[in-house]
Design a binder for this molecule. Structure first.
Ligand SMILES: CCCCCCCC/C=C\CCCCCCCC(=O)SCCNC(=O)CCNC(=O)[C@H](O)C(C)(C)COP(=O)(O)OP(=O)(O)OC[C@H]1O[C@@H](n2cnc3c(N)ncnc32)[C@H](O)[C@@H]1OP(=O)(O)O
Length: 233
């Protein structure tokens, strides 16, 4: 049996690559690994943009760099202020089609003693990646999200996240994110690649539990989103 490896110090061979990545740490210098370096498999749509994919285009009405994006819905587990044990992720528009975000791991977010639960970290990544769609003024849901957990994240840590949209193909929006410990330049703890799929507002009104949908209709945050996307819920 091999000796346990300390998180983040192992050079990981990414399937489909020769195992070499830029920088000393495989997590460094790798804004995106969507092109050819993922676990796409035949017959299963994956994270590699198709040949007809184009670069993302920042919507002219997107919030200016540095502006807080706010919550899209008060009861959202990721960003809503109305969930006591939620993540309360705060996101800000960045340059181009990027966002930055912050999330502080609370005692309610533990998996192992004193450490963030992996699913919570995925949720923080999902939330941050999802907020990139705001800059495209696209309503979209996560289709697939692949995560690397590079370092353990202690309770009390503020995770500094950055997400970037890398390509768009039809309804598919390809994005990557990274989360760093303690500061925007801190050690990489998590990273993820995802594909989001554009949906109509009916995705929520038809599939959501009616009680919450009714409340969301009066939620100023959700209405703000719906208005911003020029939809009439
Ligand atoms: C009430 C009034 C208020 C309104 C305002 C609301 C504001 C809300 C704003 C924003 C909300 C954001 C929420 C933030 C939270 C963070 C984000 C999440 O966690 S979202 C939750 C987790 N995700 C899901 O629950 C998706 C569940 N899945 C589905 O619903 C469907 O599978 C869906 C919509 C993803 C696709 O279904 P199809 O029938 O519409 O479309 P098909 O034809 O299957 O796929 C379209 C294209 O996408 C590819 N695709 C589909 N699934 C894929 C996958 N898993 N991986 C890769 N590609 C995939 C397909 O290959 C196809 O590609 P080809 O156009 O043919 O090239």
């Amino acid at each position: 049996m091999s000796a346990p490896v300390k998180g983040g110090e192992r050079r990981r061979k990414i399937p489909g690559t020769n195992g070499h990545t830029a920088g000393k740490d495989p997590a460094e210098g790798r804004v995106s690994r969507v092109s050819g370096a993922t676990t796409d498999s035949p017959g299963r749509p994956g994270l590699t943009p198709p040949p007809d994919a184009g670069p993302p285009v920042r919507h002219p009405a997107a919030p200016a760099p540095g502006e807080p994006l706010g919550a899209h819905y008060d009861l959202c587990f990721g960003c809503g202020g109305g969930q006591p044990h939620g993540l309360h992720v705060r996101s800000y528009a960045g340059e181009g089609v990027t966002v930055t975000a912050e999330f502080t791991v609370q005692p309610a977010h533990q998996g192992a003693p004193g450490l963030a639960h992996g699913g919570i970290l995925v949720s923080a990544l999902d939330e941050t990646l999802g907020s990139v769609n705001w800059l495209l003024q696209a309503i979209a849901v996560t289709g697939r999200l692949e995560t690397d957990f590079v370092r353990p994240v202690p309770v009390g840590t503020t995770l500094h996240l950055r997400a970037e949209c890398t390509a768009v193909a039809g309804r598919k929006i390809y994005s990557s994110a990274v989360g760093r410990i303690g500061s925007p330049d801190g050690p990489v703890a998590v990273r993820a690649d995802a594909v989001f799929i554009r949906v109509k507002v009916e995705h929520f009104t038809k599939n959501g539990r009616p009680d919450e949908v009714k409340v969301a209709m009066t939620d100023p945050d959700a209405r703000k989103v719906a208005r911003a996307f020029e939809v009439n819920p």
